[in-house]
Write a protein that binds this ligand. Structure first.
Ligand SMILES: Cc1cc2nc3c(=O)[nH]c(=O)nc-3n(C[C@H](O)[C@H](O)[C@H](O)COP(=O)(O)OP(=O)(O)OC[C@H]3O[C@@H](n4cnc5c(N)ncnc54)[C@H](O)[C@@H]3O)c2cc1C
Length: 356
């Protein structure tokens, strides 16, 4: 494990630790995190986080080190979510060490208040938030933010613990989801986020469906990286990628060329892009395939002609996890280097059927 300044230990107490250990390994793999298995230990090495999970009697011991408190905080959230998402039978609880992470919120935390709401397509709702530090989200190096949907509930829990007047309520796990900063109006302290209204099943989508002016959420960021300078771009994805693709297109100049390929439900889900670059856009409709969203975008990208590496090229793709995996394989086959691509899994189709 790398020596990094901020550290955290935990023990996951479980009746079937081996089962849980294997699920966590799988989970890391599905998130495209390189995890090296050696005996009963799993080593994780990311730019800002290094960690070991050790299979023990009665549970799993976890050591995490990070280069900064923000990364440590979200490594902790990742572990909580991973254990909750794949509850192996018999998982009991995570016991955290007393450590440097005494905070309930990440260092970059801020509060966002809903200012106005407008539907830009039947499935995409733009919510403009008032944010005291809107200007900090104005960077193209980090296009994303994380939103904490149950901030008010967490704040209440924290307040009641501090008052010590009532017995401690059960722990509330923070509900964070990743989104893209669609635009920033620094003078007016506003940032906009486009929410895909996919179903009331997900806390993020449900919150956006019910949002009213004055509602409050928490936020952390900006984070998540940006894109690289190139002469030719492939920008591709589904509805969740539209905010980032729109923002990237708006930032390109007239010397750039971009092929944009987006998969949405139907023609009512399309939007207009603004760019100085020469842009060729192709929309793919799931409704043409009875709503089956699996494989269309990946196949369309696989059948594309790419410029050769003599032209500075960059492929930016964000989509469902199965599509992202298939696109990564295509780009590898076509000789794209790591520096020439950013392929991200933005969500995971939990129906887990894949025709790719
Ligand atoms: C860096 C980054 C940036 C992102 N930017 C945006 C953005 O700007 N706008 C945006 O809307 N999303 C964006 N996403 C995707 C968003 O984080 C996920 O869709 C997330 O799962 C939504 O959370 P939820 O609480 O609504 O659903 P979850 O609780 O995560 O999932 C509940 C159920 O909904 C399904 N589901 C989740 N997302 C979708 C979807 N998009 N379509 C269909 N089914 C879905 C899941 O398979 C699951 O069955 C981004 C993701 C990343 C990693």
């Amino acid at each position: 494990m790398r020596e990094l300044p901020y550290k955290l230990q935990a023990k996951i107490v479980a009746n079937r630790p081996k089962h849980l250990f294997e699920r966590l390994h799988e989970h890391l793999h599905e998130h495209d995190v390189d995890a090296r298995l050696s005996g009963d230990s799993l080593f994780v090495d990311l730019p800002a986080v290094s960690g070991i999970l050790r299979l023990m009697d009665g549970g799993i011991e976890v050591d995490i080190a990070a280069s900064d408190l923000e990364s440590l905080y979200f490594a902790k959230v990742w572990l909580q979510d991973a254990v909750a998402e794949d509850p192996a039978p018999g998982t009991i609880r995570i016991v955290w060490s007393e450590d440097c992470l005494q905070r309930h919120l990440p260092p970059s935390f801020s509060v966002l208040t809903v200012d106005d709401i407008v539907d830009i397509t039947p499935r995409i709702r733009r919510i403009r938030f008032r944010a005291a530090d809107a200007r900090s989200f104005e960077t193209l190096d980090d296009l994303h933010l994380r939103i904490l949907f149950n901030f008010e509930e967490l704040a209440e829990q924290h307040a009641s613990r501090r008052s010590r007047l009532e017995p401690s309520p059960p722990d509330v796990a923070p509900i964070w989801r990743a989104y893209t900063v669609r635009s920033v109006e620094p003078e007016d302290h506003i940032i906009a986020v486009d929410f895909v209204l996919h179903s009331a099943e997900g806390p993020g989508s449900r919150w956006a469906m019910r949002a009213r002016r004055g509602d409050v959420v928490g936020a952390a960021g900006p984070s998540g990286g940006g894109y690289s300078d190139a002469a030719w771009y492939l920008l591709a994805g589904d509805e969740t990628a539209l905010p980032a693709i729109s923002r990237i297109l708006e930032s390109l100049d007239e010397r750039a060329t971009a092929t944009v390929m987006i998969e949405v439900g139907s023609p009512t889900d399309t939007i207009f892009f603004t760019s100085k670059a020469a842009v060729e856009t192709r929309w793919l409709y799931r409704d043409d395939h009875d709503g089956d969203c699996r494989g269309g975008l990946a196949r369309a990208i696989a059948s594309m002609e790419f410029p050769d590496a003599s032209r500075k090229r960059f492929a930016w793709i964000a989509s469902e996890r199965g599509t992202a995996k298939a696109v990564r394989a295509t780009l590898r086959d076509r000789g794209f280097t790591k520096e020439e691509q950013s392929v991200a899994a933005y969500w995971h189709d939990l129906r887990q059927v894949s025709a790719i």
